[in-house]
Design a protein around this ligand. Structure first.
Ligand SMILES: Cc1cc2nc3c(=O)[nH]c(=O)nc-3n(C[C@H](O)[C@H](O)[C@H](O)COP(=O)(O)O)c2cc1C
Length: 304
């Protein structure tokens, strides 16, 4: 008599138990033959399950997620150089626009060929070559304690918290002979920090243009800083008076052209007094001693 627990000599030597094989095939619905590749076999087995199986639903969702992440990550990596090129081109477009040098349809690189980019040390007020070859982004540097300083609260009229030590400026022409100098400026409006450029004539006090390239004020209210009609009001206004004091200001309402201060004033944005005030304050900060004031004064002394 043999009992069910008795094993044949092959089973005793470690041969696979046929019942075990049947049980494993049961799990995979008996349709996928094992290939020896563990994970792939399991995936195949799960995908072979009926469509209403929870395992299959989860597996399909997971596979879709993985495939999409690979596509998105691949696209991000491949498109990065193109994004960087476009960002640099956009910066040049804004610089040319604030200087009034961008004609419709004109090639940006060609128009920018006459613009010289230089780095300024705001502490010393001098041009510097210290950061040559370094990829420098002013707003990133402003977060780095090694490259920036905190602005005392009572002096932070632009509401920016910290000021980077170095800033990139752009000269239409070259360092010794230029028709305009374009300075980066930024400061708090009502809802957002406004980033832009102000362009000064070679007399270093007459404004050629003001343009913000990044702001999140309310469209139709503070967002009117981007309105070409409002931007046109800046050309020819004086940033400084004869004594060198920063006088430029966005006023509430419309400028009285007969007023002695009219040359330093720009019409306020209707219904957006707080954004208007922000623009006045940020210009005052960046044109004064803490910003580019010392640098501009040095240029004046050199008889620019
Ligand atoms: C939805 C909404 C959005 C606004 N957006 C702005 C804005 O972008 N800039 C601004 O200065 N004021 C904005 N204001 C108006 C300000 O809240 C505030 O009333 C105004 O700046 C004060 O102007 P006033 O001194 O001329 O009254 C907004 C108001 C509302 C209700």
């Amino acid at each position: 008599m043999t009992s069910p627990n008795d094993k044949s000599p092959e089973q005793k030597q470690g041969a696979p138990d046929p019942q075990q094989i049947i049980r494993r095939d049961d799990v995979s619905s008996g349709t996928a033959a094992p290939t020896g590749n563990g994970l792939l076999d399991r995936v195949k087995a799960v995908l072979a399950e009926p469509n209403d199986s929870t395992h299959k639903t989860l597996a399909v969702a997971l596979i879709m997620c993985l495939a999409c992440s690979i596509v998105v990550a691949g696209a991000a990596v491949m498109l990065r150089p193109m994004q960087e090129t476009n960002a640099a081109l956009d910066r040049k477009r804004n610089i040319l626009a604030v200087a009034g040098l961008l004609q419709p349809g004109e090639d940006i690189e060609k128009a920018f060929a006459n613009v010289t980019q230089r780095m300024v040390d705001l502490d010393t007020g001098a041009f510097t070559d210290e950061l040559d070859g370094v990829a420098y982004v002013q707003y990133v540097a402003a977060r780095d304690p090694a490259l920036s300083e905190a602005i005392p609260k009572d002096q932070d009229i632009a509401g920016i918290g910290r000021r980077a030590r170095y800033a990139e400026v752009y000269l239409v022409g070259n360092q010794n002979d230029f028709t305009q100098i374009i300075l980066p400026v930024h400061g708090l409006g009502l809802w957002s920090t406004l980033y832009g450029f102000v362009s000064l004539d070679s007399d270093l006090k007459t404004i050629e243009g003001l343009k913000f390239y990044d702001q999140k004020e309310t469209p139709g209210l503070g967002g009117e800083v981007d309105n070409p009609n409002w931007r046109a009001k800046w050309k020819g206004k004086l940033a400084y008076d004869e004594s060198g004091e920063v006088r430029i200001q966005v006023i509430k309402g419309v400028v009285d052209e007969n007023s002695s201060a009219a040359a330093y004033q720009v019409d306020g944005l209707a219904g957006a007094s707080l954004t208007s005030r922000g623009v006045s304050q940020l210009l005052r900060y960046w044109l004064d001693e803490q910003g580019f004031g010392t640098f501009l004064e040095n240029l004046r002394q050199q008889g620019a």
